[in-house]
Design a protein around this ligand. Structure first.
Ligand code: SAH
Length: 213
């Protein structure tokens, strides 16, 4: 598959749709105008790549819905040169969006097949991110602390190591279990053990699981 002016036009349209749905960060919208989502998906889904929907990427996982990726990116507000840890590489699309924003991205995936695919795609397209195969609950101690952390799978509870590996003043965006549903949560680290929390409504994600596969 290649990127064509037709795909670029579809990206423009997707960015307009995201704007209508409440995304206001120009930085986030610009990243969506640039990153070729269809190249992070199986060829059979190419006609749908710029719809605002999630699609299968193998191993029973999905590429997140664009409006969800956009919300998480807007909440994270990535800045050039910031060190960002992502848990749940999946297709690598959210990774590429963060790299497009200028961040230094470190991303962890627990399913070998997806880790290998995403690493290859990011490399091929020239998105410089460091990919790791492992359980994101452990974070990435060799590289910590991080300015910001984004989790793209639904967590039962806040993973302690991720809280520890965030810098004071840093941000964590994570879909968190509340009763039967997931809520999008943004934490700001105020002190070693002190966090403030904001909620941004219900969201849908595959679960954050323990161990590797
Ligand atoms: N941002 C990705 C989202 C993929 S879905 C995209 O848009 O493509 C979430 C991913 O999180 C899945 O690939 C799943 O395997 C991964 N995941 C779930 N639990 C994990 C864990 N503990 N550590 C690392 N990755 C995990």
């Amino acid at each position: 598959m290649i990127d064509t002016p037709k795909h670029a036009a579809l990206r423009q349209r997707l960015a307009e749709e995201l704007k209508r749905k409440g995304i206001s960060s120009e930085q986030t919208l610009n990243a969506f105008r640039q990153v070729p989502r269809h190249l992070f998906m199986n060829v059979s889904f190419e006609p749908f790549a710029y719809n605002d929907s999630a699609y299968p990427i193998g191993a029973e996982q999905t590429i997140s819905q664009p409006s969800t990726v956009a919300l998480q990116t807007e909440l994270l507000n990535p800045q050039p040169k910031e060190r960002i840890l992502e848990i749940g590489t999946g297709s690598g699309y959210q990774t590429a969006i963060l790299v497009q924003c200028g961040a230094m991205v470190y991303t962890i995936e627990r399913i070998k097949e997806l880790f290998l695919n995403a690493q290859a795609t990011l490399n091929q397209l020239g998105y410089k991110a460091l990919c790791k195969y492992g359980d994101g609950h452990n974070g990435w101690s060799e590289i910590a602390p991080f300015d910001k952390i984004i989790v793209t799978a639904g967590a039962e509870e806040l993973p302690q190591k991720l809280l520890d590996q965030c810098k004071i003043g840093g941000t964590i965006v994570i879909p968190l279990k509340r009763g039967d549903a997931l809520t999008m949560v943004r934490l700001t680290k105020k002190g070693e053990q002190e966090f403030s929390q904001e909620d941004f409504g219900p969201c849908a994600f595959v679960p954050m699981l323990k161990g590797i596969q």
